[in-house]
Design a protein around this ligand. Structure first.
Ligand code: P5A
Length: 484
C-alpha cells in the first residue's frame, strides 16, 4: 500500500520536533508535520484532514463502528434542524444557544424558519422517533451516526481537541420502555467506551458530572477523561441518561402490552475526534507518533539498507518479505534512495509500529532486523518467522503502551486533603478529594479547578468516601483538574 506516494514531502525532515515536554508546541508541530491535520484553513476552529490523518481516522473509527454495530443500527439524519424543534427542550436549548450556527438565507431569500447547523442531533432525531415508535415491539431502539456537528466554541480552539466543526462525531441514541432499561444502556455504553479506549491503549478516569454541569436536558452524565502530557484533562466521551424529559417534550410514547400508553426513556452517548487527539498525545514521543499496531496506517515499514554492489539482492529480499506481509497487514517497503537514517526518521515520525531492516548481511543469512516503535532495541529474527510473529508482537506492544500510559496517568493523580494541596497539585494533574453533595461546596472547589465530578472508575485504590474537603460533612471521592 502506498501511504504517502509523496514521501519526500515530509517537511523539514532534518529539523527535530520540539520536545514533548513543551506539549503544546510539540502537539501542533507534530500534527502538521506528520500530516494529520493542516491547520492553515482560514476559518477559526476548522481544520483539514490530510490523507495520512484520514487513514488514522479510518482505522480508529473502524474499531468504534465494530463496537457500535454489535447492537446499534447506523442511520443518517440531516445537518439542518428547524429552530422550532431545536428550541423545544428548554434546558437543551439553554445549554446550546450560545454555540449554534444559524442558516438564515437560501440564496437571497430569507428563510421563514431559521435552520440550525446541528450542534448534536437530539432535536433532529427525536421528532422522527415519535413517528417511528408505536408499540413496545418497537423498543428498544438503538441507532448511531458518525457525522459532523458545529459548535461555536468561545474557549480557545485547537485541532482535534476543541473544534467549531467536529468532523467525526459518533453519536448513539437509544430508546427504552423503562428508566431501568435506560440505566442499563448507560452502563453498556460505558463498557463499550472502556473497550474502545483499551484497544487504543488509552487509560481513562470515569466520573459522574456535577448536577450543574451535566449535558443540557440529561438526568445525569457519565464522562470519560484522560490526562494529557501537560497534566490537563481531556474529556474523551460522555454517556447521558436522558430519562423521559425529551420524550415528554417531543411526545414520544409507546403502547404497552396492556394497551396503556407511556412515555419512553432515552439515552445518548458520544465520542469525537478527541479520541485521536488523545491517541497522539498519550503515546507520542520526541520523535513523533507512536500508534498501537491496530490503528497505525503503516503497521510495518520494511527498510532495505542498500550498499553499493548489493542493491539488487537487498531490494529483492525486502520486496519479497513486503509482499508476504501485505497479505495480512498495512506495509510500506521504503525503496526511496534516501539514507537509512532519513527513512528511520520518517517512519518514526509517522508512527510505523514495527520496523524491519534488511541489508546485505540479512540477505545472506535469511534474517531481518526488527524493532518496535516504542522501544529502542533491535533484534534479529529469521525472515521465515516474521509473518507469524507479528500478531504476538502487536499485542505485546499494545500491552506495553497501555502499561506505560497507565503508569504516567497514575503518577498524575493524587489524593489531596487540603485545599492548598489541590491548588498546587492541579498544575501537574488530577486532584482527588472527598466532597459532599452540596452545590455550595462543589462551586467552591470549582473555583480552584474544574470539578470533573464523582469518581466512578479510577485505576487507584482510594477510599470512596470521607469528610468533605470544604465543610467536613460526609462526602464521596471527586476529581478536580485543569481541563481542555
Ligand atoms: C452525546 C452524543 C453530546 O453531544 N449528544 C449526542 C450527546 N454529548 S457531549 O458531551 O456534548 O459531546 C460528546 C463528546 O464530544 C466531544 N466534544 C468535542 N470534541 C471536539 N470539539 C468540540 N468542540 C467538542 N465538544 C464536545 C467531547 O469528547 C464530548 O464528551
Amino acid at each position: 500500500m502506498s501511504v504517502s506516494k509523496n514521501v519526500s514531502s515530509v517537511s523539514k525532515l532534518k529539523d527535530r520536533l520540539p520536545p514533548k515536554e513543551k506539549f503544546s508546541e510539540w502537539y501542533h508541530e507534530l500534527i502538521q508535520r506528520a500530516e494529520i491535520m493542516d491547520v492553515r484553513y482560514p476559518v477559526k476552529g476548522l481544520y483539514v484532514w490530510f490523507p495520512f490523518g484520514c487513514r488514522i481516522r479510518r482505522e480508529v473509527y473502524k474499531i468504534l463502528r465494530e463496537i457500535m454495530d454489535r447492537e446499534h443500527e447506523e442511520v443518517y439524519f440531516p445537518a439542518l434542524i428547524p429552530e422550532t424543534e431545536l428550541g423545544k427542550e428548554s434546558k437543551h436549548i439553554k445549554g446550546f444557544e450560545n454555540e449554534v450556527y444559524w442558516v438564515t438565507h437560501g440564496g437571497r431569500a430569507e428563510l421563514d424558519i431559521r435552520l440550525a447547523l446541528r450542534p448534536t442531533s437530539e432535536t433532529a432525531m427525536y421528532p422522527m422517533f415519535k413517528l417511528w415508535i408505536r408499540s413496545h415491539a418497537d423498543l428498544p431502539l438503538r441507532v448511531y451516526q458518525i457525522v459532523n456537528t458545529f459548535r461555536y466554541e468561545t474557549k480557545h480552539t485547537r485541532p482535534l481537541i476543541r473544534l467549531r466543526e467536529i468532523t467525526s462525531f459518533k453519536e448513539a441514541h437509544t430508546v427504552h420502555a423503562t428508566f431501568e432499561e435506560a440505566e442499563e444502556q448507560v452502563r453498556k455504553a460505558v463498557n463499550y467506551y472502556k473497550e474502545f479506549y483499551r484497544r487504543l491503549a488509552i487509560p481513562y478516569i470515569i466520573c459522574k458530572r456535577p448536577e450543574w454541569d451535566k449535558f443540557p436536558g440529561a438526568k445525569y452524565t457519565i464522562a470519560f477523561d484522560t490526562i494529557m502530557p501537560d497534566g490537563k484533562t481531556l474529556q474523551i466521551g460522555t454517556a447521558h441518561n436522558l430519562g423521559d424529559s425529551f420524550a415528554k417534550t417531543f411526545d414520544i410514547t409507546y403502547e404497552m402490552p396492556n394497551g396503556d400508553h407511556s412515555f419512553v426513556y432515552q439515552t445518548c452517548y458520544g465520542i469525537s475526534e478527541r479520541c485521536i487527539a488523545a491517541l497522539i498525545s498519550v503515546h507520542g514521543d520526541d520523535f513523533g507518533l507512536v500508534l498501537p499496531f491496530e490503528v497505525s496506517p503503516v503497521q510495518i515499514a520494511v527498510i532495505p539498507v542498500l550498499y553499493k554492489g548489493k542493491e539488487r539482492e537487498v531490494l529483492d529480499a525486502a520486496r519479497e518479505l513486503g509482499e508476504l506481509l501485505k497479505t495480512r497487514y498495512r506495509v510500506v517497503v521504503d525503496e526511496s534512495d534516501e539514507r537509512p537514517g532519513a527513512k528511520y526518521y520518517r517512519w518514526e515520525l509517522k508512527g510505523a509500529a514495527i520496523r524491519v531492516e534488511i541489508g546485505p548481511k540479512e540477505v545472506e543469512d535469511g534474517s531481518a532486523v526488527v524493532s518496535f516503535r516504542d522501544e529502542k532495541k533491535k533484534f534479529t529474527v529469521s525472515r521465515d518467522e516474521v509473518l507469524n510473529k507479528i500478531e504476538c508482537w502487536a499485542n505485546e506492544m499494545r500491552r506495553r503502551l497501555y502499561e506505560k500510559a497507565l503508569n504516567e496517568m497514575k503518577n498524575r493523580i493524587k489524593f489531596c486533603k487540603k485545599l492548598e494541596d489541590v491548588k498546587h497539585w492541579i498544575n501537574q494533574g488530577v486532584a482527588l478529594v472527598h466532597l459532599c453533595n452540596s452545590e455550595k461546596c462543589g462551586m467552591l472547589i470549582d473555583e480552584v479547578g474544574s470539578l470533573l465530578g464523582e469518581v466512578v472508575d479510577i485505576p487507584l485504590d482510594i477510599e470512596s468516601s470521607g469528610k468533605c474537603i470544604i465543610c467536613g460533612k460526609e462526602g464521596k471521592l471527586n476529581a478536580v483538574a485543569r481541563t481542555y
